[in-house]
Design a protein around this ligand. Structure first.
Ligand SMILES: Cc1ncc(C[n+]2csc(CCOP(=O)(O)OP(=O)(O)O)c2C)c(N)n1
Ligand SMILES: [Mg+2]
Length: 372
């Protein structure tokens, strides 16, 4: 009996705007208008500035930790722009801030979150964004469940969930893909393959050549896109979202991009990354590429660049003022919002948390004050 091939697969890579800012006009048809590209380019600049300011806030002790989004703005904005504001839902991790802002998340929420203030996770009513997810991969299951609910309720909505290359090694990714595809729910899986999971490079993280091919095992649609190309990301996301909404199936999009900064401010990537690699990706920076394109079309110049940089400074300064100006929560909140009743042991902890002697008897509390 001859051996038959029972399955063959192929992964396509989509690029529309190349590294020199040259557009493939044919592929770009019905994607972004000039006006939209200008708008998204401005958003890139604002988010890049927020990133720089957040980094400095951490270095000067005004923020706990912060994961810069630097270099991944096109992936966030192209996909976020493809989702319908107020209808579709975004279920993020922590490296797609720009998409969340597009959908109405106030910028100070991100700063509050990383300042350790839980109010950063309080998403305003009407903003279809879930709180950013730090436990890697968990949000993909939430997204799948949400999409299942929308399907059962026959609501015209889709969900796009964001995660990194490292997250595709988590069981949650595989469970979410399996549930999503067997139930055929309106969800799009958007992987920002930024080549690194903290200090683990992609080739150590996985033996598969692409992230996208992981979709094939689950019978999902798969595409790899140049993640620093606004047009390609937008097109792939738009197609995937409309397919999801119409019951046409789940898509895994692999956006190939690069984490230009450290993993977070608690990391120093110079210890494990080759400077030549970083430099080669710096040349592919989505801001540089999009600017080249706009300048080539006569839609951008130095004056406009100065204007947007000035505007970004004003916006971000106000965001920082708002985040730092918010009244501190009471130390009692951690107890009062966690426990229904406070037993004597918790009462002790609650009283002594006001000093640095957590858990000690109240009469022992205040030792530090005495020492001082
Ligand atoms: C469940 C879980 N395991 C481990 C961690 C620690 N951790 C934080 S970020 C990270 C790497 C994530 O890499 P990737 O998914 O590629 O996202 P990136 O940070 O590159 O955007 C790890 C292991 C975590 N937050 N959650
Ligand atoms: Mg990564």
């Amino acid at each position: 009996m001859p051996i038959r091939t029972v399955f063959k697969a192929q992964i396509d890579h989509l690029q529309i705007l190349d590294e020199n800012g040259v557009l493939d006009e044919k592929l770009a048809k019905d994607t972004l208008t000039d006006e939209q590209v200008v708008f998204l380019y401005e958003q890139m600049n604002i988010c890049r500035h927020l990133d720089e300011v957040a980094f400095k806030l951490q270095r000067s002790g005004r923020m706990g930790t912060y994961p810069q989004n630097k270099g991944q703005e096109a992936a966030a904005l192209g996909s976020g722009f493809a989702a319908r504001k107020g209808k579709d839902w975004l279920v993020p991790c922590y490296r797609e801030n720009a998409a969340l802002f597009l959908h109405g998340l106030p910028m100070e929420k991100i700063l509050l979150h990383w300042m350790g203030d839980e109010r950063g996770n309080q998403i305003p009513e009407g903003v279809n964004v879930t709180p950013i997810s730090i436990p890697i991969g968990t949000q993909m299951l939430h997204a799948t469940g949400m999409a299942w609910a929308f399907k059962l309720r026959k609501e015209d909505r889709a969900v796009i969930t964001y995660f990194g290359d490292g997250a595709t090694s988590e069981g949650d990714f595989h469970e979410a893909m399996n549930f999503a595809t067997t139930l055929n729910v309106p969800v799009v899986f958007f992987c920002q393959n930024n080549q690194w999971a903290i200090s683990v490079p992609r080739e150590i993280q996985m033996n598969s050549e692409t992230v996208a091919q992981k979709a094939i095992a689950y019978g999902a649609h798969a595409i790899q896109v140049d993640g620093n190309d606004l047009f390609a990301v937008y097109k792939a996301s738009k197609d995937a979202l409309s397919r999801a909404r119409s019951g046409g199936g789940v898509t895994l999009i692999e956006a190939v991009t690069y984490r230009l900064g450290d993993h977070t401010t608690a990391d120093d990537a110079r210890r494990y990354r080759d400077e030549a690699e970083v430099a080669s990706w710096r040349a592919k920076d989505p801001i540089i590429r999009t600017r080249k394109y706009l300048e080539g079309k006569g839609l951008w110049n130095d004056t406009r660049q100065q204007e947007i940089e000035d505007r970004a400074k004003v916006i971000v300064a106000e965001v920082v003022r708002n985040a730092e100006g918010i009244e501190s929560p009471s130390i009692d909140d951690i107890f009062d919002y966690t426990f229904e009743t406070i037993d004597p042991e918790l009462e002790t902890q609650k009283r002594t948390l006001r000093t640095s002697s957590l858990g000690q008897k109240p009469e022992q509390a205040g030792l530090e004050a005495e020492r001082r």
